[in-house]
Write a new protein. Structure first.
Length: 259
């Protein structure tokens, strides 16, 4: 699959015909971001909320037919870094009982912070992964525009997404050209062609950007691209938001009142 259609489908996983994939992007943004907000605002003492958030995300993944392996491959790009930083918190945070692991001492308060950060980071990362796996990036931007996200943000994200593929294509062509000319750098003195290639890449992408901008203007671009199919927030979208984020918010409030 090539062309603009393949570009729009980049990042999708699971079954594109599933009920989750067919939802309005605004519903998925509000619902999955709501799960993250609920998890982040929940203290460790209300840990059943974490289980409810994880269960809700698991249901979304199953309905969308997104394999667990896909979720893990995408989450491992970010999640291990967060957990790696959080691992040091038990040695820095003091409070409660102290446990000695040889010459190292950890506190209950530090372990609680580690558990809370790990749970919140996992839920937030999986929510983002599911949003990207069930919604194309252009659809996410349309949803953000409809939700009145600042226009400058969506414009920057749109052009960054489109031009990223243009730059990658230019880099591949230049690498092929260097390889065809037997360029095999072996030490720092051979870096000269790389510098000239970077300069040529900048000039080429700048010129391509001007041509793409003129093409967009010729196709009706006036700060936003015209859409053939307007977004429609249906009853099923409202049900999704209420069942996902609404129920978790109610649980969070109930357990917070008990705590």
């Amino acid at each position: 699959m090539t062309g603009a259609h393949a570009l729009d489908l980049t990042g999708l996983a699971g079954d594109p015909a599933s009920p989750v994939h067919r939802l309005d992007p605004r519903a998925k943004i509000v619902g999955l971001v709501g799960v993250t907000v609920v998890a982040v605002s929940t203290p460790l003492s209300a840990w059943p909320v974490y289980l409810a958030c994880a269960a809700a995300l698991a249901v979304v993944a199953v309905v969308a037919r997104v394999p667990a392996g896909v979720v893990w491959r995408r989450a491992r790009v970010v999640l291990p870094l967060i957990v790696f930083v959080a691992v040091f918190l038990p040695f820095l945070r003091r409070g409660g009982a102290i446990h000695h692991l040889g010459p190292i001492a950890v506190s209950d308060a530090g372990l609680a912070v580690l558990a809370g950060v790990t749970a919140k980071a996992t839920i937030g990362t999986v929510s983002a992964v599911l949003l990207g796996a069930t919604t194309t990036f252009p659809s996410v931007l349309r949803g953000l525009e409809a939700l009145r996200v600042p226009r400058l943000f969506t414009l920057i994200a749109t052009f960054m997404y489109r031009y990223l593929f243009v730059i990658v294509e230019e880099v591949h062509r230049m690498r092929t050209a260097l390889a065809a000319r037997a360029y095999r750098p072996r030490h720092a003195l051979h870096a000269g062609p790389i510098g000239r290639a970077v300069t040529a890449l900048f000039l080429r992408t700048y010129g391509r950007g001007e041509r793409v901008h003129l093409a967009m203007l010729a196709r009706g671009y006036r700060g936003t691209m015209p859409q053939l199919t307007p977004l429609r927030f249906r009853a099923v979208d409202a049900t999704f938001v209420a069942a996902l984020a609404g129920s978790l918010v109610a649980l969070r409030i109930a357990l917070g009142a008990v705590a």
